[in-house]
Design a protein around this ligand. Structure first.
Ligand code: AMP
Ligand code: ZN
Length: 112
């Protein structure tokens, strides 16, 4: 399967990693939209939010358990935003489920 985030997960494509364990990996976004912009992915291929099921949701729970640690280690003590774009109207461009962890400045209150 030709999936750029699967390739980042297996190391075929390099990334600026900030966190990794057996289930997930987090790395700096290649085109940051905020001073801190980290992408967090499950290592297993899940296409989008719509692919979350009772069988894989423990991995998503794990991502959210680790987010406070990643935020703390990347100087987001003042707060941050977590976003997942889903499908066409959500402007998803990489079809491997991921969460954007964004911050490092006062973010705009508008989200759409
Ligand atoms: P989305 O538009 O929500 O699907 O987000 C995809 C994100 O992945 C965008 O913010 C891209 O800048 C980012 N991205 C794409 N390719 C890479 C890559 N090789 N390394 C890091 N981030 C990437
Ligand atoms: Zn993938």
């Amino acid at each position: 399967m030709d999936c750029i985030f699967c390739k980042i997960a297996d190391g075929t494509i390099p990334s600026k990693k900030v966190y990794e364990d057996e289930q997930i990996i987090a790395f700096h976004d290649i085109q940051p939209q905020t001073p801190v912009h980290i992408v967090i992915i499950p290592k297993q291929h899940i296409e989008s939010m719509n692919g979350i099921t009772a069988d894989n949701s423990h991995v998503i729970a794990h991502i959210f358990e680790v987010i406070p640690q990643i935020a703390k280690e990347n100087n987001l003590a003042n707060g941050y935003r977590v976003v997942s774009n889903c499908g066409k109207d959500g402007s998803q461009t990489v079809f491997h489920l991921h969460f954007h962890l964004m911050g490092g400045k006062q973010l705009n209150g508008k989200m759409g």
